[in-house]
Design a binder for this molecule. Structure first.
Ligand code: PLP
Length: 389
């Protein structure tokens, strides 16, 4: 006679086909040498374990406890009524903005460098039929109320396209929009019935830098989107927060673009770990420290930075250093690093060795040091080493 537990175990073994424990989640692997973005973070074994023990009910039917719990947890953290899982930061912004807006004519005001304007395939225009009015911050860092006011259209004139929504982004290029400025913009926006949205893909970074709490920032906005898969390290997922009515409408919009997930617990279990371990676990502040360390090194060799280092990004001015983007990437490859250009993003899996390699790239640029490409573990080799054994 087999017990029930034994038969469950036998069934599990059968389904797993003799599963192997060591896999690409066992170490950061190549992510430890990848400065291209914080999206490259390798999910951790704790995330994998959370996925392995997640609930697997249907989230379109709103029956999955892990997903509902994550939504409640993030709503509480941000002091909003409700939250909704989305698959990416782009989906979060697009669903939120679509849920807020009604019919054209309408316009959205945002920073000229913002993700919704530059990197979301024109979704605000195609999905909402909205005109985007972009602001060039007068201080070169973040939009102020005065900047926003200049681009906002409030008119009954039939020739105009009235502004309905203001979208801020925090952090943007690693730069913090101070809480005080958000409050000023928000107060004015509310007086004029303008909707406030925040692309907070990296709001965690602003909070970790001590700029304000999640709740304080959240108070300034009708909705926010937050990403789990950037610096927090989850494999997939973002979330939007707002009022119950807004989230209800967002659920509808999400469905229309195919974002309704069935067994969403596989996504939300890992996302929860990313918030607890990386954000609440206090791992982000150290990445900011490392970013400052890298900027200091660069400046020590005579390099200039193109943006202030306020969180986890360092912007090397490559032009001023007399090196092309292509050459910089090539030097990185020789040193066993993955680079994309002057923007370096520090995440919690970047360690001392990556910084040492980066310094040898600086020495190549400023001191003519030869890199022979003989890195003991180059980025490519490391990837191979982590293949399931
Ligand atoms: C990464 C990012 C997003 C969303 O990116 P996805 O790749 O769609 O998840 C949105 N806004 C900002 C500011 C981002 O950095």
């Amino acid at each position: 006679m087999t017990t029930k537990a034994q038969s469950i175990e036998a069934e599990a073994k059968h389904l797993a086909n003799g599963q192997v424990k060591v896999n690409n989640w066992s170490s950061p692997g190549v992510a430890a040498f990848d400065f291209r973005s914080d999206i490259v973070t390798t999910p951790t074994t704790r995330m994998l374990d959370a996925i392995a023990s997640t609930t697997l009910l249907d989230d379109v039917f709103q029956e999955d406890p892990t997903t509902i719990n994550l939504e409640t947890f993030i709503a509480d953290l941000t002091g909003k009524e409700a939250a909704l899982l989305v698959l990416s930061g782009t989906m979060g912004n697009q669903v939120a903005i679509r849920a807020h807006l009604n019919a054209p004519p309408h316009s959205v005001v945002c920073d000229y460098r913002s993700h919704i304007y530059c990197h979301e395939a024109g979704g605000v225009s195609s999905l909402c039929g909205a005109v985007m009015r972009v602001v060039r911050p007068s201080n070169g860092k973040y939009m102020t109320l005065e900047d926003v006011q200049k681009e906002t259209v409030m008119s009954d004139d039939v020739h105009t396209c009235p502004t309905k929504l203001i979208s801020l982004e925090n952090t943007l290029n690693g730069i913090v929009t101070p809480l005080e400025e958000c409050r000023r913009i928000s107060k004015w926006a509310r007086e004029h019935n303008l909707i406030m949205h925040l692309d907070g893909a990296r709001l965690w970074e602003a909070v970790a830098a001590g700029a304000g709490s999640l709740k304080e920032y959240s108070d300034c906005f009708d909705s926010m989107s937050l990403c789990f898969s950037k610096g927090l390290g989850a494999p997939i997922g973002s979330i939007i927060v707002g009022t119950k009515a807004f989230i209800q409408r967002s659920r509808w919009v999400r469905k229309t673009i195919g974002g309704g997930l069935r067994q969403a617990g596989v996504v939300t279990a890992a996302a929860r770990v990313s918030v607890e371990d990386t954000f609440l676990g206090g791992k982000l502040a150290a990445t900011h420290e490392r970013a400052r360390q890298i900027a200091k090194l660069w400046e020590g060799y005579g390099g200039k930075t193109a943006n202030p280092v306020e969180t986890n990004m360092v912007w090397f001015d490559l032009e001023a250093a007399g090196v092309s983007v292509e050459k910089f990437i090539e030097l990185g490859e020789k040193a066993g690093l993955r680079l994309r250009g002057g923007r370096l993003v520090v995440h919690y899996q970047i360690g001392d060795e990556a910084v040492r390699r980066l310094e040898s790239v600086m020495q190549a640029i400023f001191k003519g040091k030869q890199l022979n490409g003989d890195v003991v573990h180059g980025a490519e080799k490391l990837q191979e080493m982590n293949v399931v054994r």
